[in-house]
Ligand binder design. Structure first.
Ligand SMILES: Cc1cc2nc3c(=O)[nH]c(=O)nc-3n(C[C@H](O)[C@H](O)[C@H](O)COP(=O)(O)O)c2cc1C
Length: 192
């Protein structure tokens, strides 16, 4: 239906999460430009609570890959940009960090890279570590908190910074088919 806008927004619609990369390295300057885009992302009250750690070192990527189960493919990425936000600086640190993360994905893909958003320290990705209270997950268990703290320590990040996301980056020819809800299903006019 909206094919006539393919030249305008088609690129954005084709961005998918990619988890398998070839061994071509990512130029430092490209990583710099991606972070330059991310630092300009919208954020509440323009506090800009973020810090970005660009990682190309294979040992470091391997350490990050061990952070949680859904991060394991990071080991095979050529680079990562890890997003932290100062949780003491603004109550919107999570939203701000997510806006920056989405900007990283778009900038990376504009550079011809492929990417995948990897969850940060939300605590729900290691099911065996979650305590259940009357069928509802409770606060993250101490082990998870310990893991998040260790990750900060691995990257020398002060503990008032929350890990928002890790973006895996690299080159790839993968073109996964992903089921998406249709426009008709999700769009509402004037009311639900
Ligand atoms: C907040 C958030 C956390 C995510 N965490 C992970 C993750 O830890 N590991 C992973 O492989 N993908 C992760 N993803 C990527 C999603 O799995 C992916 O966006 C979703 O399956 C839709 O696929 P698509 O991006 O290719 O359209 C995350 C995405 C978001 C927005």
């Amino acid at each position: 239906m909206l094919d006539k806008y393919k030249d305008v927004t088609g690129f954005l619609k084709e961005i998918r999460s990619i988890r398998k990369f070839n061994s071509i390295p990512v130029d430092q300057e490209i990583l710099e430009d991606i972070v330059d885009c991310a630092r300009l992302a919208p954020n509440a009250k323009n506090i800009q609570p973020w810090e970005f750690i660009a990682i190309t070192n294979k040992d470091k990527l391997k350490k990050l890959a061990n952070f949680h189960k859904s991060a394991n493919f990071l080991e095979g990425a050529s680079a990562a940009i890890v997003v932290f936000c100062d949780k003491e600086a603004t109550e919107y640190f999570l939203e701000d960090g997510c806006a920056a993360t989405q900007t990283i994905l778009i900038a990376a893909n504009l550079h011809g890279l492929k990417s995948c958003w990897i969850a940060g320290a939300k605590g729900l990705y290691q099911e065996e570590d979650i305590a259940w209270c009357e069928g509802v997950p409770c606060k993250p268990m101490p082990k998870y908190v310990e893991d998040a703290e260790n990750l900060n320590k691995t990257l020398n990040v002060p503990l008032n910074y929350a890990l928002i996301s890790m973006v895996a980056l690299g080159y790839s020819d993968e073109k996964p088919e992903v089921k998406k809800r249709s426009l008709e299903d999700v769009i509402h006019w004037q009311e639900f």
